[in-house]
Ligand binder design. Structure first.
Ligand SMILES: [Zn+2]
Length: 292
């Protein structure tokens, strides 16, 4: 049997606070999978990192009265330091605000989707939960509050860039129902298929530079807007391989790797099984094989 290449990622956490135990569990699970595959003879690349560019981090810094850079560097260091006590066998660790590979890759992803005609500007008003870093509709908010955080989302009105997610519903359904992109466990897969079958709405993929308080990656060609944190964060799965640079790791592990696995918590399955695959379809990049 020839050894296969197995690229394994963890999600990258917001660094608005220090690590909590639940996230340590996710890291240990990813590490266990990586060690298992190495023992089976596979070549493995295990990658983690931190999501430095979220608005949550900006607000946490303001609440503490420190600048964002200070807060992000301090907390990200605490996450990276888990490698020691948890004996994590990371091959790479990407910090989205610090790593020079990241911004160029995010910009290229954006430009590819723009070239495909999938990005457009629209006036928008919606209810935004900063805790979740996403917009909600009224009917998704029991009693007007975020089900996850119990807080009242803020009403935001601004002109943003939108991504044509609606265009990809059939393709996503096809990829997942045929098992080209596997979602495990089966209960999550069925939830995702039901969500897609119910129709997908285009989603906002930028915010104003003002609301972002100047933190994050500027939208290519539109510096008054900052790339939405989920777009930025999901991009790490290819930017950490050097997508957007001439690093051969991207071809080796993403384009030609036999296995590409995203390990995710159940609260973010939708972003990994719907939004991210749609961005990849738009940009013309290969899909992950497994989201679990
Ligand atoms: Zn929330």
């Amino acid at each position: 049997m020839t050894a296969s290449r197995h690229y394994i990622t963890t999600t990258i956490p917001y660094v608005n606070a220090r690590p909590h135990l639940g996230f340590a569990l996710e890291l240990v699970q990813a590490d266990t999978l990586a060690r298992h595959r190495r023992r089976r003879g596979d070549r493995v690349r295990l990658v983690g990192g931190t999501d430095d560019n979220s608005l949550k981090n900006v607000l946490a810094a303001a609440a503490e009265g420190v600048d964002v850079r200070t807060l992000v560097d301090r907390n990200a260091a605490a996450f990276e330091a888990l490698r020691g006590p948890l004996a994590l066998s990371f091959d790479d660790f990407i910090r989205t605000s610090r790593d020079p590979r990241h911004r160029v890759g995010v910009e290229r992803l954006w430009q590819r989707c723009a070239a495909a005609g999938d990005l457009y500007r629209k006036e928008y008003e919606g209810l935004y939960c900063v805790g979740c870093e996403q917009f909600y509709t009224e009917d998704e908010l029991p009693g007007g509050r975020c089900a996850e955080h119990g807080t009242r989302p803020e009403r935001i009105a601004e002109e943003n860039w939108f991504f044509r997610l609606s265009r990809y519903a059939d393709d996503l359904h096809d990829l997942i129902s045929r098992g080209i992109l596997r979602i495990e466990p089966a209960a999550r897969r069925n939830e995702v298929l039901a969500l897609i079958a119910g129709g997908l709405h285009d989603f906002s993929v930028s915010r104003s530079h003002t609301r972002a308080r100047g933190w994050g990656i500027p939208v290519p060609g539109d510096p008054g807007q900052v790339v939405y944190v989920w777009w930025d964060a999901l991009g790490n799965y290819v930017t950490s391989l050097g997508y957007g640079t001439d690093d051969p790791a991207y071809e080796r592990w993403w384009v030609n790797g036999e296995r590409r696995t995203h390990l995710v918590g159940k609260g973010v399955v939708r972003f990994h099984a719907v939004h991210w695959p749609a961005i990849l379809l738009s940009a013309g990049l290969p899909q992950p094989r497994l989201v679990t």
